[in-house]
Design a protein around this ligand. Structure first.
Ligand SMILES: Nc1ccn([C@@H]2O[C@H](COP(=O)(O)OP(=O)(O)OP(=O)(O)O)[C@@H](O)[C@H]2O)c(=O)n1
Ligand SMILES: O=C(CO)[C@H](O)[C@H](O)COP(=O)(O)O
Length: 433
């Protein structure tokens, strides 16, 4: 049975709430932070334990580096002011390029140190540069390799840090901790229920974390693994500990990279929204698709447009299928992309948009190929910069019921595969069903 306190297992998508669920169930009421909060993301490690040449924070999922997911998790939080990303000197250009490519707006890059504490300290010092009034009241520190952090938990950490001076996430221990003798025999074991795993994020008032790093020893800088400990030892600040969700787990080994990718994919493949434009043919196709795709484990909502109440779908981290009937115009999908781009700050993960072009036999006989493949390619390239993956499917409406049913099943299969796999190679392609 999957335990929700096992940090080595991917969290079930069910514990990774949709944006809507987060808003209604988890967001603390009146969640406004009225003091300045900034963030340090240490990302200066080499990721030795993954065994890969690329440091794990720069490994890509769905065409986007892990660090960008983490940055966006913070950037979308309106009350977070600045984000300092600390990277090894040789990766400053790479990080700067990532910031430009994924249009991060609150980020400054700072060179790191030879250990995690040295890197974090550089980030804290960078936040203290300039006028005193520009300094944050609270600094949140979060490993760049923990991409699934949510606003509601950051809020709790920030508030507790302001009140207490320091606060940190904890999780129950998975294994019992034992001490060994020098000869490799059991010396004693700790009572597991009494201990907790210390995770991230952690929050500190600026003064506490600044002083802790001013006062700590070279040995702390070299071998220490715990910022909360420095706050206690050097500032006498007892951190408030808050149990965090299992999704806070740290990418440490190669298998964690696969787990992170699978969480991202699974979380986003559960739902899609079909926009019919109100045409009867499109509604018939959408209804048939709803049944067929449902059997393939993706739930479809069918709506005529994104106007009024339906605009809420734009904030749902959903995937979209825009059905166009006849004509070669991509204008409906262009409008959809514009709407999605307008809310892009709220989108943590890449979205799939499928342009489904339903053509009648008559139309084909008149105009031959209904859509220019180059047009959808161009549109897809622009959308990809916004982390939207645009695919096209062409479907011909047959009057033969059996043929039509087969086509719908094929479309359902392709749709499901595109939403689940998010293949970069197929972005901008016009597939035939
Ligand atoms: N000199 C260092 C070492 C680590 N980190 C960062 O601290 C976080 C947590 O550390 P860890 O998981 O230990 O990362 P690595 O040191 O990269 O991994 P490994 O120990 O396997 O080499 C990571 O985001 C990592 O990039 C850092 O900023 N500067
Ligand atoms: O849990 C933590 C702090 O409490 C850190 O994430 C942890 O110390 C990271 O470093 P490492 O992977 O080198 O132990």
């Amino acid at each position: 049975m999957q335990s929700d306190c096992d940090p080595d297992r991917p969290a079930h998508p069910g514990v990774f709430p949709t944006r809507e669920a987060r808003k209604s169930d988890h967001q603390p009421a009146g969640c406004s932070v009225n003091f300045p909060v900034s963030v340090v993301l240490p990302a200066g490690g080499t990721g030795e334990r993954t065994g890969l040449l690329t440091p794990k924070q720069f490994c890509s999922f769905l065409g986007r580096p892990l660090i960008s997911y983490t940055v966006q998790a913070f950037e979308r939080v309106p009350w977070i002011q600045r984000i300092v990303v600390v990277v090894a000197k040789e990766n400053v250009d790479l990080m700067t390029d990532i910031i430009q490519r994924f249009q991060h707006r609150k980020v400054r890059v700072v060179p790191g140190g030879s250990t995690r504490h040295r890197s974090i300290c550089n980030g804290v010092l960078a936040l203290g540069e300039g006028e005193e009034e520009e300094r944050p009241k609270v600094v949140i520190i979060h490993d760049a390799v923990r991409p699934f952090v949510e606003e509601d938990f950051l809020y709790k950490i920030a508030m507790a840090a302001k009140e207490q001076g320091a606060a940190g996430a904890i999780r129950p221990l998975v294994s019992t901790v034992i001490a060994t003798t020098q000869e490799g025999y059991l010396d004693h074991s700790l009572e597991r229920a009494k201990y907790r795993a210390s995770e991230m994020p952690q929050g500190f008032t600026y003064d506490v974390i600044y002083q802790a790093y001013q006062r700590c020893s070279e040995s702390d800088f070299e071998f220490g693994t715990e910022c909360l400990h420095l706050a206690l030892q050097y500032c006498g600040t007892n951190a408030k500990l808050l149990q965090g969700p299992p999704t806070l787990w740290k990418v440490t080994y190669k298998r964690d990279l696969a787990a992170a990718e699978s969480i991202i994919k699974e979380t986003l493949s559960g739902t899609a929204c079909v926009i019919t434009g109100g045409s009867a043919q499109a509604v018939t196709l959408a209804d048939a698709l709803q049944k067929a795709v449902g059997a393939l484990d993706t739930e479809l909502d069918v709506i005529p447009d994104l106007l009024g109440e339906n605009a809420r779908y734009l904030l749902k981290e959903s995937n979209f299928i825009q059905v166009s009937v006849n004509g070669s115009s991509l204008s409906e999908v262009e409008t959809l992309l514009r709407d999605l781009e307008a809310v892009n700050q709220a989108v943590l993960h890449p979205l799939v948009v499928i342009w489904m072009h339903l053509s009648t036999s008559d139309e084909l006989s008149v105009s031959g190929r209904a859509v220019e493949p180059a047009a959808i390619m161009d549109l897809a390239s622009a959308a990809k910069l916004q982390n939207i993956l645009l695919y096209g499917i062409q479907l011909h409406q047959s009057k033969d019921a059996e043929l039509w049913e087969r086509s719908v099943l094929k479309v359902a299969e392709i749709t499901s595969a595109l939403i689940r796999e998010r293949s970069p190679a197929l972005v901008g392609q016009l597939l035939q069903a």
